[in-house]
Design a protein around this ligand. Sequence first.
Ligand code: NAD
Ligand code: UD1
Length: 339
Amino acid sequence: MKVFVTGGIGYIGSHTVVELQQNGFEVVIADNLCNSNIKVLDGIEQITGVRPEFEKIDLADAEKVQDFFSRHRDVVAVIHFAALKAVGESVQKPLEYYKNNLNSLMNVITAMREFGVKNLVFSSSCTVYGQADILPVTEQTPRKQAESPYGNTKAMCEDIMRDVAKVEKEMNLLALRYFNPIGAHPSSCIGELPNGVPNNLIPYLTQTVAGIREQLSVFGDDYNTPDGSAIRDYIDVVDLARAHVVAIRRLLDGKNKANYEYFNIGTGTGLSVLELIHAFERATGEKVNYKIVGRRAGDIEKVWADTTLANRELGWKASVPIEETLANVWKWQKHLMNK
Ligand code: NAD
Ligand code: UD1
């Protein structure tokens, strides 16, 4: 069975393509490579022995998307990763983010409807919860107004899926709300490839330990948390990739309870920035040069997932221990430097 993976050359997409292929699915990828490198295909092939089909396409181009679906009539499901994802950049370039992220989803769903492809899994984010009043967040936790255009595109894409599902009864749409994806494939054949100065904690941390950056700044130690630094739910990227395989199976097997569903995908455990740094040091034996600085604008204090629904309905649970994730990500950083 063939799955169409948009944005499949990117960080989470590439790990998902590996899991799909290892679970017997055929994959065709479309990506415009705006935030990824075509060499990722080599990494996927090295791990799985199979080079997935690939087409360089801008999903925001409706005609190209129609043409793609008209030529791939054997696709049974779509996983839509393709999006711009830099929170800070989205504040500077809101139109680019709305155009890219909203149009690409609408183009994909429109073409699916036209060509009779029923099943879609979409990459959403815990950013839709904002700073929740009660933790951990469940799927019933109310969404809050997004802090950034990026976050807003995720909320709007969810709303589009919900509204479409009401009238397109044949379609099965499912959103996964990722918490904080980190890590790399244990083979070190694929991992995160941040462009320029990383915004996210883990790539900044590993680049600091590698000597590429001088010092990691810990944004704030005056939050209302046990050690004062902010808390997140860090989910291993391979665990996250596996969640997509079970989500696709749920739709293909008709096990979904509604034709629009959404699930939290996290570990269920919150870790503070300082706890994560110390876990990295324990896992790798490396010392992290960091200093405490002021809070970063737009950051929330704490969030972690209640994953009961995903555990029960998808039969999915995060399984990679954080030390293993951090050891893998360090191995990946060293691999990048030796290339
Ligand atoms: P990524 O940037 O590594 O991958 C996204 C891929 O989509 C890239 O390869 C990029 O070239 C491609 N792309 C973007 N716009 C495109 C377009 N118009 N046409 C074709 N290809 C296009 O990002 P990622 O971390 O792998 O994220 C994947 C998805 O998960 C995104 O939707 C992102 O918003 C979402 N998400 C990511 C995180 C995270 O922390 N990484 C958290 C929550 C949600
Ligand atoms: C952010 C986005 C989220 C997006 C995710 C992936 C916000 C509010 N959320 O998550 O929507 O899905 O990125 O792109 O922007 N930190 C440091 N020093 C650093 C970098 C980060 O202390 O150099 C801290 C942050 O303050 C935060 C934690 O580490 O407490 C994680 O930060 P990061 O990896 O950037 O992810 P989020 O901000 O949680």
